[in-house]
Design a protein around this ligand. Structure first.
Ligand SMILES: [Zn+2]
Ligand SMILES: [Zn+2]
Length: 173
């Protein structure tokens, strides 16, 4: 269900500009094994296409919210992301830098472009809040809800001795 635009339907001449609002279908993102859902899934975007004799400039602007698990505590995190992207396609491209990967046979793949722009705009870590305390490495409880520390029982040699005894007796059964 990708949103595409057939450039043949626009017929831009050199020096002309096309400006339109488009609804772009966005797929859920898989990041680090987690699923992130763009809301709305059909995002209203502002598309601008400017044609010059040497090439065409494509500009896309939209705003989206991304829902998914917090990187540290796995609770729901919501990110508000304003996106603005730009692509260029030369009339006679001599290298890959002069063409956009989202254009093929006059069809502009708006969904793929929007998704990649969204991924590029993401922070390194998606967090429920900037100071999220995460999960306790010992017991796995959420440290935002229950801030706590554990006494270091394992470091106590008496506990280690007791643990050894218990293991020995279990082996004799
Ligand atoms: Zn969190
Ligand atoms: Zn704990």
């Amino acid at each position: 269900m990708a949103t595409t635009l057939n450039l043949r339907t626009i017929k831009l001449r050199s020096g002309e500009q096309f400006r339109d609002k488009r609804e772009i279908q966005l797929e859920p993102l898989e990041l680090g094994g987690q699923r992130y859902l763009p809301v709305p899934q059909e995002v209203p975007a502002e598309l601008t296409i400017t044609r010059a004799s040497t090439g065409t400039v494509f500009e896309l602007a939209f705003s989206v919210r991304l829902h998914g698990p917090c990187y540290r505590c796995l609770e729901d995190a919501v990110l508000e992301l304003p996106i603005s992207a730009r692509e260029y396609q030369a009339t006679n491209p001599e290298s890959d830098e002069m063409r956009t990967p989202y254009l093929e046979d006059d069809r502009l793949d708006l969904s793929a472009w929007a998704r990649d722009s969204l991924v590029l705009a993401l922070p390194n870590q998606i967090l429920c809040r900037p100071d999220c305390a995460g999960l306790c490495p010992v017991c796995g409880k959420n440290l935002n809800d229950e801030p706590h520390e554990h006494a270091e029982v394992i470091a106590d040699p008496r506990w280690a001795a007791l643990e050894a005894l218990r293991t020995d007796s279990a082996g004799e059964d």
